[in-house]
Design a protein around this ligand. Structure first.
Ligand SMILES: [Zn+2]
Length: 698
């Protein structure tokens, strides 16, 4: 008996030792966390590098197995088989992504720099693999034999074209050249993002004289005092370049020279001639992109990118932007004039400058509409706005959301929700609301695990992560949002719904200039009176937002749209200018930007929403020759929302079901215009957009 017990103990010990050894690196084990969310509490920095390398090796072995398959190439044994390679690699990347973008530090950044050329090489080892291409090409040329579904047909076409676009047809020397460019580009964009984060964190405006706070709302002052305290500057007030600190200061601070100081800090990011300067990155990235495009037989980087977008070619985008520019610029000029008049009336003896714009806009808004963000903030507590968007998703798509506290998170601030429909699990949504030094600026949504059907036929549910940089809570006051922040929350939630409601076999990507349709359509609901009545409740009294305030919000809705449109279009055009270059020339970034803006006739009181050295969308994100996508998609979302409006019911279930079926659920599995027409019955026109922005009379 004793002996048996001993033996059992030995076996148990051996089993657990073995398990322990195998699971020393959590990436090599099946995750027993709820919904297989990455076990962030167990993953250590040291686990990433070996797992990344093993992941790449495994994928190469899988690719080689496909190549060496003695059977004739078929969709099943080649294209479909490729879709299921690299499971480990993507498992590691899914856990690394959120840390790298929203909870980073020097070691994570160093690892990202170290890995980026290796990833680039790995991607090229697959994309430039002749033998693999031969098989894909054979399937592509014989596609009628395989009885493919529409989705499979699209995957096959995407796969075939991606080989061509990756340079499979190039000579061996040119392929080597391309590999070099890809590696350099990937490192440069990592460096661009790192510099920008350092520059954004590096600037602060410290105020020690209370008088200099004149004009600022109490909540903003309290936040600045807390920031000072966190920086061991107790008793002072610190303003930063993070959106919830920067924009209120620019909007309310009476001290003009301090506004100028903060503004210059913001607009000079990456352009200070220090070791974090991004001028060289922009020049090099731009030049390498042209070189790459030329090598691949395109006349510019924009031609290369847009070929696979809904817009297809740069000329269409440029003409489209021009049409809106012509409508918006005169409106912006009128807005500038009105502000100058106010300055003169107040006896200010100066010309309106960009650091005055937000301030005087706010004054005019107050005068004309008697409304300010400070009046509405108490009704926009972040939890209430979150409830509001869940309400909309419930009315439209029948989704239910419940908070889960047992789900591992990459940072303590993250909130997790389980999403269900008719009792069935749909996916997990994580939201990370507030700024911190370890987080990139802006707002984004990403799929930590995309929906798909696994090779064994199991339906894989999505894990979706939303990241924003909203006004943080201070002391006893919860986070109180501006209507614009509330709208951003709905926007990112729209991306989240796109991921949550997708229902495809493969996890195919969506074109850059279509992907903002699901997000931007959600923005239409945020200030609808019917929706406001549900969520916009005073955070102290619980009182529902008064009708009078709703009317004011509505009336002020189209205010300052000249500016909003022009600063956005200026950045879009700057993006198109950089990427329409047809020769790999050395540019002086400052001069290039200046000339481009002069060409469009941008007025001196407005600067582009992003200047070159902090335009991360196009130099470190995936939006190169794609920043136009937001307004391109606005044509679609304005028209699509009309489909709800026309029924007299903004929650019309039939329209919502059609939107889900034809657009959300399909992801990138079909041509975009086809999807849109299946939903709407016709192509969209530009009028709804211009009307919504108040740029033409209704
Ligand atoms: Zn978006």
């Amino acid at each position: 008996m004793k002996k048996l017990l001993f033996m059992l103990l030995v076996i148990v010990a051996a089993a657990s030792a073995c398990k322990k050894e195998v699971c020393e690196n959590p990436f090599y084990c099946k995750w027993d966390t709820p919904f297989e969310v990455p076990p962030f509490d167990k993953i250590k920095l040291d686990h990433f590098k070996p797992a990344f390398i093993k992941g790449m090796e495994e994928q190469m072995a899988e690719v080689n197995a496909i190549i060496n398959n003695p059977e004739e190439p078929t969709f099943e044994n080649t294209v479909k088989a490729m879709e299921y390679t690299g499971e480990l690699l993507s498992k590691v990347q899914r856990a690394f992504g959120p840390l790298n973008s929203a909870n980073t530090n020097d070691s994570i950044q160093a690892l990202s720099r170290e890995m980026s050329p290796l990833f680039s090489k790995h991607r090229d080892d697959i994309a430039l693999n002749e033998k693999l291409f031969e098989r894909v090409k054979s399937v592509y040329e014989n596609k009628t034999k395989f009885n493919l579904t529409a989705e499979e047909g699209k995957i096959l076409e995407d796969s075939y074209l991606s080989f061509i676009r990756s340079g499979i047809g190039l000579s061996p020397e040119d392929k080597d050249k391309l590999r070099g460019i890809n590696q350099e580009l990937s490192l440069l964009s990592v460096k661009f993002g790192e510099n920008l984060l350092a520059e954004t964190n590096g600037f602060t405006l410290v105020i020690d004289n209370e008088k200099d706070l004149s004009g600022l709302p109490a909540g903003v002052i309290a936040q600045a005092a807390e920031t000072a305290k966190a920086k061991a500057l107790e008793g002072k007030w610190v303003f930063t370049l993070k959106a919830p600190s920067y924009f209120p200061f620019m909007t309310y601070a009476d001290n003009r020279s301090l506004r100028e100081k903060l503004f210059r800090g913001y607009m000079m990011r990456g352009n200070n001639g220090n070791e974090k300067d991004n001028n060289e990155m922009v020049a090099k990235i731009t030049k390498l992109r042209v070189e790459k495009a030329k090598l691949l037989g395109y006349s510019s980087h924009a031609d290369f990118v847009l070929e696979r977008n809904m817009s297809k070619e740069p000329e269409r985008v440029i003409n489209f932007l021009d049409q809106i520019w012509k409508a918006a610029l005169p409106v912006a000029k009128e807005e500038a004039l009105a502000q100058q008049e106010m300055i003169n009336k107040e006896g200010g003896d100066f010309k309106l400058e960009p650091w005055d714009w937000f301030y005087y806009t706010e004054k005019i808004r107050k005068e004309k509409y008697d409304i300010s963000d400070e009046q509405t903030r108490p009704y926009f507590a972040v939890d209430k706005v979150t409830e509001g968007m869940f309400y909309v998703a419930n009315k439209l798509y029948g989704l239910e959301f419940s908070e889960r506290t047992d789900i591992p998170k990459y940072h303590a601030d993250v909130k997790s929700f389980e999403v269900k429909r008719e009792g069935r699990h749909v996916g997990i949504l994580m939201i990370d609301y507030f700024p911190r030094a370890s987080k990139n600026g802006g707002a984004w949504c990403s799929a930590m695990r995309a929906q798909k059907v696994d090779k064994d036929g199991t339906f894989v549910t999505p894990l979706v992560s939303m990241v924003t940089n909203f006004t943080p809570p201070t002391g006893d006051t919860p986070s109180l949002l501006t209507p614009e922040e509330a709208s951003t929350l709905f926007h990112e939630f729209g991306h989240a719904l796109h991921s949550l409601l997708s229902n495809t076999v493969y996890s195919s990507g969506v074109s850059r200039d279509f992907v903002e349709l699901p997000s931007q359509i959600m923005e239409h609901w945020v200030l609808e009176p019917e929706v406001l009545k549900v969520y916009a409740k005073h955070y102290q009294t619980g009182e529902v937002i008064p009708d009078e305030l709703i009317t004011k919000l509505e009336n002020a809705g189209k205010f300052n749209m000249g500016f909003t449109t022009v600063e956005y279009l200026a950045a879009s055009s700057l993006d198109m200018e950089y990427h329409s270059l047809s020769e790999p020339v050395d540019i002086n970034v400052g001069e290039f930007e200046k000339k481009a803006m002069e060409k469009y006739g941008l007025i001196s009181e407005i600067i582009p929403r992003y200047r070159s050295t902090y335009f991360s969308h196009i130099f470190s994100g995936g939006y190169s020759s794609g920043y136009y996508s937001y307004i391109w998609c606005e044509v679609l979302d304005a028209d699509a929302y009309k489909a709800f409006r026309e029924t007299g019911d903004i929650f019309n279930r039939e329209v919502a079901q059609r939107f889900e079926k034809e657009i959300l659920s399909r992801k990138g599995s079909r041509d975009e215009l086809e999807m849109y027409i299946s939903f709407r019955g016709k192509e969209p026109g530009i009028e709804a957009l211009l009307e919504n922005r108040g740029l033409i009379a209704k």
